[in-house]
Design a protein around this ligand. Structure first.
Ligand code: CA
Length: 234
């Protein structure tokens, strides 16, 4: 998941960047309303955390502009003032949720996960494919009940492939999902991560096949995309 974080309080922004990254989310951080307005229109983010009090254009103006231009990503507003008018205005302007500062980071993370789930139309916090089960709240991958240790980026790639299991995921969309502005993530890096996941999944009944010139598709290791492959007795 790729998050656009717009917050001009540098210390708060750094703390949030760290917390979001530790959830395995890619974060792009901005500190003013003008650049936020422009970047949000590019449609590359799954959700936005938007401060109201910003230089050059306040968060409310940014949000109205996004909604007027058809940007539908979920937006959580941060407001420094506990004023009813702010919150009502924010929700009227098209915000999906808001938090009043100061807030607890775990609460922010939980609300962002809920917004993301709602946006994806998911009712629970799990993705299941074959014998793999991805608990999005962790996030944590399990196979037959046992934890499969993965790095945050490996988890993010697994989530993307599981969401579209049986369908091709383009290299571009993987680069988009796993990139942030601070890191140099290329198509070559995608190959490295896919290679690692293939090794991890080799004994778990799941294969990641290359579709030459397009991308990758997650399938069950026997080639069947429907039910889990029967396993030989140990
Ligand atoms: Ca501010």
């Amino acid at each position: 998941m790729r998050v656009l974080l717009v917050e001009d309080d540098r210390a708060l922004a750094l703390g949030l960047q760290h917390a979001l990254a530790s959830e395995g989310w890619r974060v792009d951080a901005l500190a003013d309303g003008d650049s936020a307005a422009a970047v949000g229109l590019q449609g590359e983010h799954d959700l936005a955390v938007l401060d109201i009090g910003l230089p050059r254009k306040n968060g409310m103006e940014v949000l109205r502009l996004w909604r007027a231009r058809g940007v539908r990503m979920p937006v959580l507003l941060l407001t420094a003032r506990d004023e009813l008018s702010d919150r009502v205005q924010g929700l009227d302007a098209g915000a999906d949720d808001y938090l009043v500062k100061p807030f607890d980071t775990p609460e922010l993370l939980a609300r962002l996960r809920a917004l993301h789930r709602r946006a994806m139309g998911r009712l629970d916090e799990r993705l299941v494919f074959g014998e793999l089960e991805l608990d999005l709240a962790g996030p944590e991958l399990r196979c037959r009940g046992e934890r499969v240790a993965l790095s945050p980026r490996e988890l993010a790639l697994t989530e993307l492939l599981m969401q579209k299991a049986g369908r091709v995921v383009s290299k571009d969309s993987i680069v988009g999902r796993l990139s942030s502005w601070e890191s140099d993530f290329s198509e070559n890096s995608v190959e490295v991560y896919v290679h690692r996941l293939r090794k991890r999944f080799a004994d778990l009944g799941v294969a990641i096949k290359t579709v030459r010139g397009f991308g990758y598709v997650m399938e069950l290791a026997d080639g069947d995309t429907g039910t889990a492959a029967p396993r030989a007795p140990a």
